[in-house]
Design a protein around this ligand. Structure first.
Ligand code: NAD
Ligand code: WQD
Length: 364
């Protein structure tokens, strides 16, 4: 049972698993600003309840929150007691390196909890689902920029595999829910006029490139739990003197300056893409589609260091070190499909994203 359009003007509930995380928290703010009622399901395994109060401070309202594993459906009966208009599934473990050492944990969470959560959404007739996927599904692309038709390479980590398998699960779920809808339509056409045919679940698979930065208020950002594996949080900690230096993982790659190239996008741009994806699902009920979310431009590691120093006036102590195993040499998005269909492109530059990352680091 869904709220649908029966309550025009009221905020429609969007269940956001992992909504206290880096991308989820920024998306919750964007959802509220777009007129939705985001509901957070987050067991805080990689976040803290302080993030909740920061979000509430930014939106000036309280947020419905369940500090629960999204796979623990028996603990979520209150969540499902009221209509859910849509859902965004961020909840996952996301460290490539950790996944190599803990494959069972990554399968149990990124696939096990996900499957139980999706089954509950389907059982309750939730019609719009957005899924956090990753450009990691492409591996080392043969063509650049990489578009949504590019072939997926064999996953090089358990984490990457769980993203590919998560997408495949949702293709099967979409097929099953479409079949249910078709048979309920047949039943409705032969039964009395009051019975309403079931709507197939519409699904958007969003393949993020490299999200960086923080909300300009510096109230929310990427929480530094342990030693950062990702470039930008490590860089800002080195610039803040919390790390001796940033090691650049190799400068003998076949790129302009020898360092790896990535497509960095501001996390606020990424958050807004989720609102655009939800609106797209509302316009095209029952569809399933894939969207690359990136700036469309590639920047090297040395580009990022230089841009950070230009944006902040702060030097980054760094040296060139050995390559990191498994690194992709160069990957950046073909961003036209998201622009043409979602009406979304990145608006914020690398310069702005790094300035916002620094402001966040300074208040930590
Ligand atoms: P994050 O760790 O900051 O956020 C994930 C949140 O989910 C955390 O708050 C964590 O406590 C919560 N969580 C994890 N498992 C849960 C479960 N079973 N039930 C409830 N809550 C759970 O990570 P992020 O960077 O915000 O990433 C969000 C999503 O985007 C993930 O699915 C990740 O794989 C994907 N992604 C991230 C990046 C990136 O560079 N950050 C790139 C591509 C894709
Ligand atoms: C970026 C560049 C490093 C740290 C990873 C995951 C991917 C996605 C995003 C979840 C690379 C270099 C890094 C450092 C460095 N996460 N680097 N020194 O590897 O593109 O993607 O995060 O979906 O799945 O694989 O991002 O930030 O780790 O690295 O030189 O201390 O910075 O070699 O070229 P990556 P990253």
């Amino acid at each position: 049972m869904n709220q649908g359009d029966d309550f025009p003007g009221e905020r429609r509930r969007i269940a956001v698993t992992g909504g206290a995380g880096f991308i989820g928290s920024h998306t919750v703010v964007a959802l509220y600003e777009a007129g939705y009622a985001p509901v957070i399901v987050d067991d805080l395994r990689n976040s803290s309840d302080e993030v909740l109060s920061k979000i509430e401070g930014l939106i000036g309202a309280s947020i419905e929150f369940y500090s629960v594993d999204c796979g623990d459906i028996s603990s979520l009966s209150q969540l499902f007691a009221a209509p859910i208009h849509g859902a965004i599934h961020f909840a996952a473990d996301k460290s490539v390196g950790e996944s190599v050492n803990e494959p069972e944990q990554y399968f149990a969470n990124n696939l096990g909890s996900m499957a139980r959560w999706i089954a509950a959404l389907r059982h309750h007739g939730v019609q719009h689902l957005v899924f956090s996927s990753s450009c990691t599904v492409y591996g080392e692309p043969t063509l650049l920029p990489v578009d949504e038709k590019a072939p997926q390479q064999e996953a090089t980590s358990p984490y990457g595999y769980t993203k590919q398998a998560g997408e495949q699960l949702l293709r099967y779920v979409h097929a099953a829910s479409s079949a249910d809808a078709a048979s309920s339509a047949d039943a409705a056409s032969s039964a009395d006029a009051t019975s309403k045919p079931q709507q197939a679940m519409g699904i958007a698979l969003l393949r993020y490139f490299n999200p960086i930065g923080a909300h300009p208020s510096a109230a929310i950002g990427e929480l530094p739990i342990g030693t950062p594996a990702n470039l930008v949080p490590f860089l800002t900690q080195a610039a803040a003197g919390l790390r001796d230096e940033l090691v650049v993982f190799g400068n003998n790659y076949p790129t302009a300056d020898g360092t790896c190239v990535r497509d960095y996008l501001h996390v606020c741009d990424l958050a807004e893409a989720h609102v655009a994806a939800l609106a797209h699902l509302e316009r095209t009920p029952g569809d399933i589609d894939i969207f690359n979310l990136g700036s469309g431009s590639g920047h090297s590691v040395l580009d990022v260091i230089r841009t950070f120093e230009a944006a902040t006036g702060v030097a980054v102590p760094h040296r060139i070190g050995p390559r990191r195993a498994g690194d992709v040499v160069s990957v950046y998005a073909a961003a036209d499909k998201a622009a043409d269909i979602l009406g979304w492109r990145t608006k914020r530059s690398l310069h702005v994203a790094l300035a916002d990352a620094w402001r966040w680091q300074q208040q930590l």
